[in-house]
Design a protein around this ligand. Structure first.
Ligand code: ZN
Length: 415
């Protein structure tokens, strides 16, 4: 199917990464940075040029577009989703992508800062991709493969399907979101306008990867109250909230329940912010596990630790507030097993082995799944994201395009 196809994914990718789309967690606007719309406008123009006439960039920075069905069958509407922003952790200004053709398996020294070396010792997947064309940044910025690889894959999938009307498919909705990296990717999403039945985010790494599971996540905010008094005359009166908060944090488990000591299937509790004065201190934590039911156990344990800390400082008090953040998408996907099953079939048709994986974090897909769009995550080849060592294989991106094409065709066949 693809022997004679001139893939456009790499050329598109090189164009998109040069547009700075860094999001900003400190901004209250939506999108958090106006510059994300610069890429948005470019993408809408490209979508309209290939014939997706309804392509639109809305005021919140979302792009919606439709590839119309070419099948007479009644096929569920599938959404392909990717995010336009790049991580706040590393600058995305002036990205200069470099193609290392037929990568030789050695260290990749980045020319604009030769201290930046991408080594297969640190990134074993690089060795696996020896012989591929590897794209990196130049040493002073991130690359932005997360998630412009996903955007380029979706754009090339559309390009392929328009050029090959013999591949039958139902309606395909394209969704590009802003602000995924700061956890606001779906805040202003209009589900009715999207009008899709099932979705796939294109935002995972190694070829063949299907992520159908994420953490379940809560946030906990603990406010410790002390008793203020003039420190010169504070004997037997003053209670310092900072000391109570510090005692609480020190009492947290260290060898377990911590992100620095756990991996794979284990969850954790993690203090992410602490602020305060002697009179009042606030500790914010995030709580993560693949089993939603376990979150309550962590929370009960944390409440006990809060009580212990407060009891050790007579006069102190504390309040605990828990807020739900997102839930493991598997709870939704298990009710729609065909969504992941068709993805596995598409990956196999692209000649790859399926690599099942669980995301130790959330994706836009975890929230979309609970908003009514069951939405696992598919590979694009993006690796080592959020830093200067980010890289992607051109051949992996092409395999991702093949997978998406097979996927819409599997949906049509099985409908
Ligand atoms: Zn991403």
């Amino acid at each position: 199917m693809f022997e004679n196809y001139g893939f456009t994914v790499a050329e598109r990718f090189l164009r998109y990464v040069q547009v700075d789309t860094q999001s900003d967690p400190g901004s209250a606007t939506q999108p958090s940075t106006e510059k994300q719309k610069n890429l948005g406008r470019l993408l809408v123009k490209e979508l309209q040029e290939v014939g997706l006439a309804d392509a639109v960039l809305d005021e919140y920075g979302y792009i919606y577009a439709t590839l119309r069905a070419n099948s007479d069958k009644s096929v569920p509407v599938i959404c392909f989703c990717a995010h336009m922003d790049t991580a706040p952790d590393c600058t995305g200004q002036g990205v200069r992508p470099i193609v290392h053709s037929q990568y030789d398996g050695g260290d990749l020294v980045l020319p604009d800062d030769p201290a930046q070396v991408i080594s297969p010792r640190e990134h074993p997947y690089l060795s696996v991709r020896k012989g591929d064309d590897i794209i990196t940044a130049s040493g002073t910025t991130l690359l932005g493969a997360d998630d412009k690889a996903g955007i380029a894959v979706i754009m090339d999938t559309v390009h392929y399907l328009l050029a090959h009307p013999e591949v039958k498919h139902g309606g395909v909705r394209i969704l590009f979101t802003p602000d995924e990296e700061i956890g606001r990717g779906v805040n202003k999403l209009d589900m009715a306008r999207l009008g899709a039945d099932f979705g796939y985010t294109l935002d995972a790494g190694e070829r063949g990867t299907l992520e159908d599971e994420t953490f379940s996540a809560d946030a906990m905010t603990i406010t410790f109250h002390g008793v203020s008094a003039h420190p010169g005359y504070g004997k037997d009166k003053l209670v310092n909230a900072l000391k109570v908060a510090a005692a609480f944090i020190d009492s947290l488990p260290k060898a377990e329940w911590s992100p620095e000591t756990t991996d794979e299937r284990y969850g954790f509790v993690h203090p992410v912010r602490m602020s305060g004065i002697a009179e009042k201190a606030v500790v914010e934590l995030i709580i993560r596990d693949f089993f939603t039911a376990k979150l309550a156990a962590y929370e009960a344990h944390l409440r006990d630790k809060v009580e212990d800390a407060v009891a050790a400082w007579p006069g102190a008090s504390a309040e605990v507030v828990v807020a739900e953040q997102y839930r493991n998408m598997k709870e939704v996907l298990d009710q729609h097993p065909q969504v992941s099953e068709f993805a596995r079939e598409a990956i196999r048709r692209a000649g790859l082995e399926v690599r099942e994986s669980s995301a130790r974090g959330g994706t836009d897909g975890s929230r979309l799944s609970f908003m009514g769009l069951p939405c696992p995550n598919l590979f694009t080849g993006e690796m080592a994201f959020h830093g200067k060592h980010e890289f992607v294989s051109v051949q992996d991106m092409q395999k991702s395009v093949e997978t998406c094409v097979h996927l819409v065709s599997v949906w049509e066949e099985r409908s």
